[in-house]
Design a protein around this ligand. Sequence first.
Ligand SMILES: Cc1cc2nc3c(=O)[nH]c(=O)nc-3n(C[C@H](O)[C@H](O)[C@H](O)COP(=O)(O)O)c2cc1C
Length: 334
Amino acid sequence: MLESLKQAYLPDMNFPVRSIDKETCSRCGRCFETCPCGGFSWTKGEVPVPIGFGGFKEACINCGNCMAVCPTHAISMNGSLAIREGRYKTFLDRKMQPPNPFGQETPDYASFEKDLTDMERAIFTRRSNRLFKDKPVDKDLIHRILEAGRFAPSAGNGQPYRFIVITNQEVIHEMEDRSMVVLKLLKNAYLSTNGKKKLWKNVFFSAASFMMANKFDPRPMTAMEKADRNKGRMYFSAPCVILILKHTRGISNPDLDAGICTQNMVLAAHALGLGTCIVSLNMVPLSYPIMAGFRKKIGIKPPFQAVTSIAVGHPKGKIDGIVARDTPPVTWID
Ligand SMILES: Cc1cc2nc3c(=O)[nH]c(=O)nc-3n(C[C@H](O)[C@H](O)[C@H](O)COP(=O)(O)O)c2cc1C
């Protein structure tokens, strides 16, 4: 337990190593823009540079989206993110692998894509989209996305959700700005400067993460830093945001129902050629008393509570694509 506490705040991590081929890089900066962690620095016209900050040797959660959006395939990644010890310990023996539904020795997506169902293709190629065109999404399309959510399975068919669709940019920005006040405080306190861990931070965040591991995981702190650098734009200037609310007295586990519903919407949007990114960064601040006025303004009231949200828009350039993923252990009981 003592070891776990000591390792709770910014635990030792293995980082994937990202490299950019200077010869083929088009210097477009799409990797810099799309990275959810602010893991690149970039000057216009130059080759982006993978970076770390605040205690992260490389600010990278291994999503592979930089590779998926790169028009010249100039980026490569080696290894996976793994936390060595403590509260957030991950597996160290995982192998990163692209989709391999047919169990090939060396999976090659192009060779089996034709054998996939449309659903599998949608699942494997969907990526979180953080680059949007400045173009509204037709209400008809938003309606189709909501319909996909409405037909999600739920415990006891309780359907414990409500949706709020926001296309008014001022309201989206107000939500971002108000949430950012809290997130900025949290990530500034959490991230270390000059790689040095302050004693009070160690004690406070170790205790906090021991009690609420999922609220103090180091990884989202990088997304908060990215949003902060991006003037708080955690919805990436998407033209539409869908909030998914749960009925807090829903049967069994309404958060799970809301998550399944969200994924239905995301896949439907992807199949319609739209880009989406699930955004939960602001869900904690949104539940705080300081955002009571905003909640009232947009119509969130008990017993409903926001679970997550989706940024929706038309993707700017090619976003979706195949990435590698960890291979979680599977136990077969025949
Ligand atoms: C519940 C949930 C919350 C998420 N919150 C955020 C978020 O606040 N900001 C963000 O940029 N991405 C967010 N994401 C997207 C993840 O970063 C992304 O799914 C992950 O890195 C894998 O990348 P992929 O979706 O492109 O496969 C969230 C995803 C989920 C499922």
